[in-house]
Design a protein around this ligand. Structure first.
Ligand code: PGA
Length: 255
């Protein structure tokens, strides 16, 4: 499976800062063949989308979506609007939306299914808090987030249109990366749950790791079993660090 390297810019970057960053990134990653995604803020999509055209295998995504085509939903953005803005992907279930904005697993599931049905590709994020991990609830939490998140997704969905990002909440933006053993165990569990919930075709779904990924640790995380890519926050904001991570994925593809 080609590795996927995704940037989650969160609430960083104006439209101009987004295009400046991508214009600096492009010459650093010429000839790469791994898939690259940039989840930009809504207000930077109109500069992100054209700037990504200069980068091979790169696509733009949004960080959130509302599950309706249009309507009286003040402040919300529909999948149709995102597609028209040039996005092909959207994030659902990011832990900051679950825990800061209070999104339920059911609502994440509605967003996921509606976006896919509308033509967007979806990266569904899942992950446990430290308290849940310490209480031995890792598997239960992942199972619930996957079950609700994928509840109305058709079983025959094209595996290139959906991926899962496993991000332990305690490792996001904290500088604490999960150990190799933690990542291996959690990704194997996500794979097992996906196959149990959705059948053997789920062995083709990509599972990305996220949580304090940096150029240094990307080298050891990317080759691990069932790690099909990375979702990167802080280190995706500067061209140099994001390019270094992309180059790690590229060198693995060559070996
Ligand atoms: P981080 O963020 O790389 O800054 O930990 C990852 C994410 O939230 O997707």
């Amino acid at each position: 499976m080609t590795k996927m390297i995704a940037a989650n810019w969160k609430m960083y970057k104006t439209a101009e800062e987004a295009s400046d960053m991508l214009n600096s990134l492009a010459p650093l990653i010429r000839n790469v063949t791994c898939d690259i995604l940039v989840f930009a803020p809504f207000t930077a999509l109109h500069t992100t989308v054209p700037a990504l055209k200069n980068i091979p295998c790169a696509q733009a995504g949004a960080q959130d979506v509302y599950p309706a085509h249009q309507g009286a939903f003040t402040g919300e953005i529909s999948p149709d609007m995102l597609l028209a803005a040039g996005c092909s992907w959207v994030l659902t279930g990011h832990s900051e939306r679950r825990h800061i904005l209070g999104e339920s697993p059911e609502f994440v599931g509605q967003k996921t299914a509606f976006s896919l049905a509308s033509g967007l590709n979806v990266m569904l994020c899942i992950g446990e808090t430290l308290a849940e991990r310490d209480n031995g609830q890792l598997s239960t939490v992942l199972e619930q987030q996957l079950r609700e998140g994928l509840r109305d997704v058709p079983p025959d969905i094209d595996a290139s249109r959906l991926c899962i990002a496993y991000e332990p909440v305690w490792a996001i933006g904290t500088g604490k990366t999960a150990s190799d053993a933690d990542i291996l165990a959690a990704h194997a569990e996500v794979r097992r749950l996906l196959i149990a919930l959705r059948g053997s075709s789920a062995s083709n779904l990509r599972i990305l790791y996220g949580g304090s990924v940096k150029p240094d640790n990307a080298k050891r995380i990317l080759p691990l079993d069932n790690v099909d890519g990375l979702l990167i926050g802080g280190s995706s904001l500067q061209a140099e660090s994001f390019a270094a991570i992309i180059q790690c994925a590229q060198s693995l593809a060559r070996n």
